[in-house]
Design a protein around this ligand. Structure first.
Ligand SMILES: CC(C)(COP(=O)(O)OP(=O)(O)OC[C@H]1O[C@@H](n2cnc3c(N)ncnc32)[C@H](O)[C@@H]1OP(=O)(O)O)[C@@H](O)C(=O)NCCC(=O)NCCS
Length: 160
């Protein structure tokens, strides 16, 4: 595995042991809020528990007015993470393997478990950057997967 280190900041100040993160993957997804509302109405708890973790469901339920927007944003985040992982749903990843967590400031983060965590580890992903936005009609998520190395080898994956 190849690591790159910053020897010094642009100012010339030495930086001790800071990895230059590589972008390993990027994913974006746009979700129709009404589609999520319809799924909740038609399938209720079965849909909610299959797609969202308890924390995600509890957070969305705190805002009756925006519940479906919060859920749609998290649904988009899960799809975007799958794109960034580069596997789609092909390897048996469960919806709840990808959780959107929240810092006290409201800033979102990504927590992976199960097969999703295993694939991320195989790809050398150690950090996720995520941003969410939603209106009453649409929710969007953008995620960037980062790691200490480029995470792929050109012989197998070619240029991309
Ligand atoms: C963060 C903020 C700009 C969101 O803007 P908005 O137009 O109201 O709402 P959007 O639909 O575009 O985004 C909502 C999402 O922003 C994200 N968000 C909330 N606080 C955030 C923060 N501090 N940093 C990054 N993202 C944040 C959340 O994921 C939220 O989705 P959720 O409510 O479903 O969890 C707004 O809540 C705000 O001004 N917060 C206070 C200031 C702040 O903390 N700014 C830091 C980020 S610039």
């Amino acid at each position: 595995m190849k690591f790159e280190w910053l020897e010094s900041a642009p100012s010339g100040q030495p930086l001790m042991g800071i990895f230059v993160n590589h972008v390993i993957g990027h994913g974006v997804d746009l979700v129709d809020v009404q589609r999520i509302a319809t799924s909740v109405r038609e399938h209720g708890a079965r849909f909610l528990e299959r797609c969202f973790t308890e924390n995600e469901r509890n957070y969305a339920a705190t805002s009756a007015k925006r519940e479906y927007e919060h859920l749609a944003a998290r649904f988009a985040a899960k799809e975007a993470v799958l794109k960034a992982l580069g596997t789609g749903w092909s390897r048996g990843i469960g919806w709840t393997d990808v959780e959107v967590v929240r810092a006290p400031s409201g800033e979102p983060g990504v927590k992976l478990t199960g097969v999703a965590a295993q694939i991320a580890a195989e790809r050398g992903i150690t950090r996720w950057l995520i941003s969410l936005s939603h209106t009453d009609t649409h929710a969007i998520a953008s995620v960037i997967a980062c790691g200490p190395s480029a995470g792929y080898d050109e012989a197998t994956h070619g240029n991309r």
